[in-house]
Design a protein around this ligand. Structure first.
Ligand code: GDP
Ligand code: CA
Length: 326
């Protein structure tokens, strides 16, 4: 099976946190000899008690580096929470944020390096020296970008960080508006642009199409790079049977006016031949009825099982994505 994929030496994946990380575990299993470059969303990043926290970068790094708490799906194994308890005793705020003691070490190294003038790309490489995720992990930009959400919790409209919307409010209120602070003036890094230009294949994993892949594509110039690469671009639907499986893609799609269906997300990304970014799009077998509409829009589409139940099932999804455009 591996020989079939030997020509795929350079694969680029545009990833969010948990969905992207899970997909990457399957992709690594399928392509043990390929160079996989992960361009990760950094719009979830946040300053927490003076520390720069990068949830999606860390979820990918810890998951692939075997340091993730598998039950929670985020944060470190064997985590303790003494610092969090003492911060609460001070009434320091942000008590809803899951800041574990071991995790803090990562944020301390990152923040110290950033303060000394290192780029986030350099910091991430340094952190990955320890974790050895087996992929090249890159932030989508070295600039500071953050997603904020406008909500109305009864006391009127107010704007909160995306992390507060997701972690504290569990995405239970409608996201009235999404604000991507700094995104419009951000720049993709030279290494990200080079990896996309030199790729044999670009994959959009079943990550959140709005606040993960959407923000990555929102870095000016990055979307153009995806449109210009000679590599085929294939995505896998994060929506299965009209639901987001886990996460908050439903709320995010609603806030940008895109339907919560596999074909609506594919059509939202659009065919590369028609100004979009996709050559191919995978939907789950339960969404097979949408294939014809996608094909009519110029996107090669196929229906295969898309539930990431284990690493083998996920590897099969990655293989189907490659087969679709081969
Ligand atoms: P986050 O940054 O942790 O929210 O993770 P991502 O953006 O990478 O991925 C989150 C999305 O993955 C969710 O919104 C779901 O729609 C999707 N997802 C999670 N599990 C599955 C699965 O088993 N199959 C598919 N197709 N999508 C999934
Ligand atoms: Ca995320």
């Amino acid at each position: 099976m591996q020989n079939t994929f030997q020509p795929l030496s350079r694969v680029v994946v545009l990833s969010g946190g948990m969905g992207g990380a899970k997909f990457l575990q399957g992709l690594k299993h399928l392509l043990p000899d390929s160079r996989i470059t992960v361009v990760a969303n950094t719009c979830d990043d946040m300053w927490v008690h003076g520390l720069r926290v990068c949830p999606d970068l860390d979820t990918v790094m810890y998951t692939l580096g075997d340091g993730i708490d598998r039950e929670r799906g985020w944060g470190r194994t064997d985590e303790t929470w003494s610092t969090k308890e003492d911060l609460a005793a001070y009434g320091a705020g942000l008590e809803w944020f899951g800041l574990g003691d071991r995790d803090i070490a990562t944020h301390l190294v990152r923040t110290t390096m950033l303060r000394a003038g290192a780029t986030l790309t350099e910091v991430t490489a340094r952190l990955c020296d320890r974790w050895q995720p087996g992929v090249e992990l890159l932030p989508m930009t070295d600039d500071e970008v953050e997603t904020h959400v406008v909500i109305d919790d009864g006391d009127g409209r107010r704007t909160i960080h995306f992390q507060e919307y997701w972690v504290r409010l569990r995405a239970e209120l409608p996201a009235l508006e999404l604000i991507f602070r700094g995104l419009e003036s951000s720049e993709p890094t030279p290494r990200v642009l080079q990896a996309i230009a030199e790729a044999d294949l670009v994959l959009l994993p079943p990550s959140n199409p709005v606040v993960s892949v959407g923000t990555i594509l929102g870095v000016p110039g990055l979307r153009d790079a995806i449109r210009a690469t000679t590599a085929p671009v294939v995505g896998l639907s994060p929506i299965v049977g009209g639901t987001h499986v886990r996460g908050m893609a439903e709320q995010m799609l609603a806030s940008i006016g895109v339907g919560v269906s596999a074909e609506a997300v594919g059509l939202h990304y659009g065919a590369r031949s028609a100004g979009g970014v996709l050559d191919g799009w995978l939907v789950d077998t339960v969404d097979a009825a949408g294939v014809a509409e996608l094909e009519a829009a110029g996107i090669r589409a196929i229906a295969v099982p898309l539930m990431m139940t284990d690493v083998e099932a996920t590897a099969a999804m990655a293989r189907a994505a490659i087969d679709l455009v081969r």
